[in-house]
Design a protein around this ligand. Structure first.
Ligand SMILES: NC(=O)c1ccc[n+]([C@@H]2O[C@H](COP(=O)([O-])OP(=O)(O)OC[C@H]3O[C@@H](n4cnc5c(N)ncnc54)[C@H](OP(=O)(O)O)[C@@H]3O)[C@@H](O)[C@H]2O)c1
Length: 280
């Protein structure tokens, strides 16, 4: 179990990935973005999650470079994730998309590159490109996002390299029991997106009750639940106070009973699209 903000989990290829990171979905290019990334890193975050489609890789890169310099941190101690967008899924196009992301970020490698959505008929070719990038040493780890069990099974039938990570929607209303078990059995690390259900869970009565019991915020209760499930989590905030709050998860532990109470909130309810029915 993680004891510190910078603790890592070891992916199946031996690469270490921080259990907590900063998400930057819907954060536009500009000073607020650069400052959020810098604030997170200055206060101990070591993982940042972006994607080509977020349209903010330049600002993320700027924040990263400035933070590394100002805090005298080496690049190798950071873990940077980006994702190839649906329109770029294909062998050559995925290779090219990787170069474009690197260029925008101003980095010479990523720690993790993900296939953003399982576009039918396209993700296998894209995966071949991911394998090439990995085998050529251009990226430290490769994975997928929004893959259901059947997508993972299908991919693994022809893959030479098993994905190291599956980043999926995961929160107390969508606790992904079967997928979590499947990924654990196969050594694939699950990572939670929209862990706070984009803010929708913050007034849930059960979670408020648990927050009062532990003297923590609802966000902290949820994020701690992620970590105790062995799920990497990447809450998004651009506000300094919340960036700090979301990382203060290591001075308490949820009891088994309370973990199960939170599990009991599951309704298989999504805030984002179902990976079996998306049209973008
Ligand atoms: N792979 C995918 O398809 C996919 C899809 C969606 C997201 N993601 C990744 O996952 C990350 C997180 O998901 P998300 O951004 O959708 O949602 P989220 O992290 O569940 O929630 C973010 C929202 O909660 C607010 N918030 C954050 N911390 C808070 C706190 N301590 N107290 C109260 N409110 C708080 C934020 O507002 P403020 O910013 O105003 O604080 C923001 O409105 C994304 O940024 C992205 O990196 C990936």
């Amino acid at each position: 179990m993680m004891k510190h903000l910078q603790d890592t989990v070891t992916l199946h290829n031996g690469v270490k990935m921080p259990g907590l990171g900063l998400g930057v979905f819907k954060v536009e290019e500009g000073d607020a973005l650069v400052q959020a990334v810098k604030t997170a890193i200055a206060h101990g975050y070591r993982s940042i999650d972006t994607a080509a489609i977020y349209g903010n890789e330049r600002g993320v890169g700027q924040g990263i470079r400035e933070a590394l310099q100002e805090n005298a941190i080496p690049r190798e101690s950071l873990f940077v994730t980006s994702k190839v967008w649906n329109a770029d899924l294909g062998y050559e196009s995925t290779l090219a998309a990787y170069e474009t992301s690197l260029k925008k970020l101003g980095l010479d490698y990523l720690d993790l590159y993900l296939i953003h959505w399982p576009v039918e008929g396209k993700y296998k070719e894209a995966w071949r490109a991911m394998e090439t990038l990995y085998q050529e040493g251009r990226v430290k780890a490769i994975g997928v996002s929004n893959f259901h069990i059947h997508h993972l099974e299908d991919l693994m039938e022809s893959a030479r390299i098993k994905p190291m990570v599956d980043q999926v929607e995961f929160h107390p209303r969508l606790s992904q029991r079967d997928l979590l078990r499947f990924t654990q059995e196969h050594g694939i690390q699950m990572e939670a997106w929209s862990p706070l259900m984009q803010g929708e869970l913050l007034s849930n009565p059960t979670l408020l009750e648990l927050a009062a019991k532990y003297g923590k915020s609802v966000a902290q209760i949820i994020l701690r639940w992620d970590l105790q499930h062995g799920v990497i989590t990447i809450p998004k905030s651009t506000k300094k106070q919340r960036i700090l709050e979301n990382a203060t998860l290591f001075d308490f532990a949820l009891s088994q009973e309370d973990m199960e109470r939170i599990d009991g909130l599951n309704q298989n309810k999504r805030i984002g699209p179902d990976p079996d029915h998306f049209d973008f």
